[in-house]
Write a protein that binds this ligand. Structure first.
Ligand code: NAD
Length: 481
């Protein structure tokens, strides 16, 4: 059994969850200990005790530790990508990209440990100097979803540790294999006991401790909007003081294709954005908004290329679309496909669940394409989180922009055009945290700020040097010699 890591020790829990391969449900990846509430509290006690020790270590020591972690992730790229594909169902090429990104993030923050500038200001008062410095916030609760089982933990844990905080990490139950592998690497990187803790388990059992323990100072959360609201309420309503919180939640990202787009580029962006990683990305483009003169050519080209997206075992060579993560998510995807048909959209490709592929029982789903969709349909408003996209036909660029912004979410948005004028207009007017011009809505750099607007995000950006906004607190000192 794979154990929790608390205060430098590997501890068995209440019981264990069984981790199953969604590409072949006969394949058991492992049994992972579920922590009890008292163990989760022990983790916070350990993180609190370790805080002055870890934050007291100099930036070089912290940098060295993060560099060791990043180097090991990169050195074990093949093995970790295989585990990720086996556990989450992401096709191997996508899984490799994710592992690479996780390693690069630790390397980036190893550098950031040594780049923590302050500011000196002239005072309005004679003889006074004003200094602005950044300090750790304290113990950070890290809560992550299943769809990026290495990269999202990396982009939360690496900056938390880089800026001198300590961590209690609770991964999603579906992907404890990757979480455990990451924890095992961090456990050997020379951190003091308690600076990093892994508590696996159900949110019903330990969720409230992760949100309410009096020793935590901040909660960084990525997941669904519904859970995000609970995190916010708990953080604000906590007795003994509010916790700082950061939420990254859902998306319903538009890809706009204008009349003047390069058709090959537009189709490549749509196929990647909508279907790669089985559409299970918060930045996936599930709304394809296409102007009138381009519409028929675009749909024909999509139908021509969609059969290239071979569905199969995430680890088989040639697979482009792995399975859906589990039976529950598959049922949700299929329900949305039925909903789209009932609302009057035409399903022109795929959408069939496949109980097995090449003799392997798994949660497979043919990528689905709808045409004739309208913006108000539920399939165009609600996050499906599967390989399902809908084409919305619009008259012109102005209508395309209005439809693109017609969503409660605002994470990523894309436009395909060869016109500088339209590129500039969409870049300015799209209501999203990230805008892609002639690039898929998903796929970002590890050193650039990541996050959204409206119901997609709350709080400061993640990643890159912008991560310091959340993981540090500013101190202003007035000094008179
Ligand atoms: P989820 O909200 O069900 O769970 C996310 C995490 O929160 C898990 O670790 C879960 O165990 C935990 N959790 C659930 N209830 C809790 C509670 N009451 N207290 C404490 N913890 C609790 O989300 P999911 O199904 O794992 O992930 C899919 C969602 O994540 C999608 O909506 C997707 O858009 C979103 N997501 C967003 C981003 C982004 O950066 N915006 C990135 C990836 C995924």
């Amino acid at each position: 059994m794979y154990c929790n890591f608390i205060n430098g020790e590997w501890l068995a829990g209440l019981d264990a969850s069984t981790n199953i391969n969604p590409s072949d449900t006969r394949d058991v990846i492992g049994h992972y200990a579920r922590a009890s509430q008292s163990q989760a509290r022990m983790a916070f006690a350990a993180a609190s005790h370790a805080l002055p020790i870890w934050s007291g270590r100099g930036p070089q020591q912290r940098s060295d530790a993060l560099d060791v972690i990043g180097s090991e992730i990169l050195a074990r790229l093949d093995e970790l990508a295989d585990l990720l594909a086996r556990e989450e169902g992401k096709a191997l090429a996508d899984a490799r990209g994710e592992v690479l990104r996780a390693g690069q993030i630790f390397k980036f923050f190893a550098g950031e440990c040594l780049r923590q500038p302050g500011e000196v200001m002239a005072s309005t008062r004679p003889g006074m100097t004003v200094e602005v410095t950044r300090e750790p916030i304290g113990v950070v609760s890290v809560i992550t979803p299943w769809n990026f089982p290495l990269a999202i933990p990396a982009w939360k844990i690496a900056p938390a540790l880089a800026y001198g905080n300590t961590v209690v990490f609770k991964p999603a139950e579906l992907v404890t294999g990757c979480a455990w592998a990451l924890a095992e690497i961090i456990a050997r990187a020379g951190l003091p006991n308690g600076a990093f803790n892994l508590v696996m388990g159900s949110s019903r059992e330990i969720g409230s401790v992760l949100l309410e323990d009096p020793r935590l100072s901040a909660i960084t959360f990525t997941g669904s909007e519904g859970t995000g609201r609970k995190v916010a309420q708990a953080a604000v309503g906590r007795s003994g003081g509010m916790a700082r919180f950061q939420l990254e939640m859902g998306g319903k990202n538009p890809l706009v294709v204008l009349d003047d787009a390069d058709l090959d580029v537009a189709v490549a962006c749509a196929l990647d954005g909508a279907y790669h990683a089985t559409g299970q990305r918060c930045t996936a483009s599930s709304r394809l908004i296409v102007t009138d003169n381009m519409h028929d050519r675009f749909v024909a080209a999509m139908l021509d290329r969609l059969p290239e997206l071979k569905v199969g075992d995430a680890r088989s060579p040639g697979t482009r679309i792995g399975p859906v993560v589990d039976a529950e998510q598959l049922a949700q995807d299929v329900a949305y496909i039925h909903q789209g048909i009932a609302e009057g959209a035409q399903l022109v490709y795929g959408g069939q669940a496949m109980p097995e592929v090449e003799g392997r029982p798994g949660h497979y789903l043919q990528p689905a394409l709808f045409v004739g969709a309208t913006s108000s349909m539920r399939i165009c408003q609600e996050e499906i989180f599967g390989p399902v996209a809908a084409v919305i036909r619009v008259a012109d660029a102005e209508e395309a922009l209005a439809v693109a912004n017609d969503t409660p979410f605002g994470l990523s948005a894309g436009v395909c055009t060869t016109s500088l004028k339209w590129a500039a207009m969409f870049k300015r007017e799209l209501q999203a945290g990230m805008v892609m011009v002639n690039a898929p809505t998903a796929g970002v750099d590890p050193h650039a700020p990541f996050g959204g607007r409206k119901s997609s995000s709350y709080g400061p950006r993640e990643q890159g040097r912008y991560a310091a906004e959340f993981f540090t607190q500013v101190k202003t000192s007035y000094i008179k010699p």
